[in-house]
Ligand binder design. Structure first.
Ligand SMILES: [Zn+2]
Length: 316
């Protein structure tokens, strides 16, 4: 029965020649197939020059894009304690450790304050590379604290969503964060302070079902995947074929789920305009005017306990 068995030797795959192009120098655009230099892509805010495909952006790049200059980061040290002792194919602690090593962050969000076109603003930017940008206790707590700070300092809030939803490994505790953050946003609303939600690819699950859709203005990036459950689950449930472009920004804008779809390269100016429209004032001119009218007070406050750069935010 030799003819049942492969008597001949297997064909050998040619050993790969080492590429002369260094790793990470170029990337192929999934939108138009063009080969792009990573360097050019970075200078263009990770947007393809040819077809305007929006590549994913990490949380730090996002803050750099939005703020005028340096920002103050909050609660950097908060880390998950694995409250359920959760293990699936890997232990949750192992996943956390991998996420920390990969991103240099302790969890999937950076919260910070800085100025956007002169307006003092609180911004939370989610990091997809950290366990899919999922929202666990730490993400919820950091965002809730940011909102408290915004209320104290009378500043607007912006949350840049990029998340797969609530974090499975923290079970009901992650689901509770939806209510906690929404409660904070309700308080912000009662204080008449603006909240802008920026939805990027992807924004799904518990994040869409809570704070991502609660903005006074909900702005999305082009062609971002935004939804609650995935299209396959929906198709199987309703037993219908889903329309073209389902769960993408443009489709949602047409159906009234979003207020705007904005190219990333215009995002900063659109947000700055919106903040001004909603009554936010630039903090710089007020500071200059005060310095001019009260030079004595300025000189007096130049003591050892006033760290010059750490100016208190102005009320709106
Ligand atoms: Zn392209």
């Amino acid at each position: 029965m030799a003819w049942f068995k492969k008597a001949r030797k297997k064909i050998k795959a040619p050993t790969e020649k080492p590429s002369r192009v260094p790793e990470g120098l170029m990337v192929k655009c999934p939108g138009c197939g063009q080969i792009l230099y990573n360097k050019d892509l970075t200078t263009n805010l990770n947007v393809c020059h040819k077809c305007a495909h929006h590549f994913r952006m990490n949380a730090t790049e996002r803050l750099r894009m939005l703020f005028d200059d340096a920002w103050i980061e909050y609660d950097r040290g908060l880390v998950s304690t694995d409250p359920l002792g959760f293990t699936d194919t890997k232990a949750y602690t192992v996943r956390l450790k991998a996420g920390i090593e990969k991103t240099g962050l302790k969890d999937a969000v950076i919260t910070a304050s800085g100025t956007i076109d002169g307006v003092r603003t609180m911004v939370a930017a989610m990091e997809y590379e950290f366990i899919g940008g999922s929202m666990g206790v730490v993400v919820g707590e950091k965002i809730a604290r940011l909102i408290e700070r915004a209320i104290e300092s009378r500043s607007p809030v912006i949350i840049v969503c990029c998340s797969g939803g609530a974090r499975m490994m923290e079970g009901a505790l992650s689901l509770m964060q939806m209510a906690k953050v929404c409660g904070g946003l309700a308080r912000l609303d009662r204080e008449r302070l603006p909240y802008i939600s920026v939805l990027t690819d992807p924004t799904t699950g518990g994040v869409t079902a809570s704070f991502a859709m609660l903005g006074d203005l909900n702005i999305a990036e082009p062609k971002a995947l935004i939804g609650f459950a995935g299209p396959r689950v929906i198709e199987q449930t309703i037993r219908q074929k889903l329309p073209e472009g389902f769960q993408r920004s443009e489709f949602l804008l047409e159906k009234g789920m979003l207020d705007l779809v904005v190219d990333r390269r215009d995002m900063r100016s659109v947000i700055a305009n919106a903040l001004r429209f909603m009554g936010a004032k630039r903090s710089e001119p007020a500071r200059v005017a005060e310095a001019e009218t009260a030079p004595a007070a300025e000189a007096a406050s130049d003591g050892p306990d006033s760290p010059g750069s750490n100016v208190e935010p102005r009320p709106l």
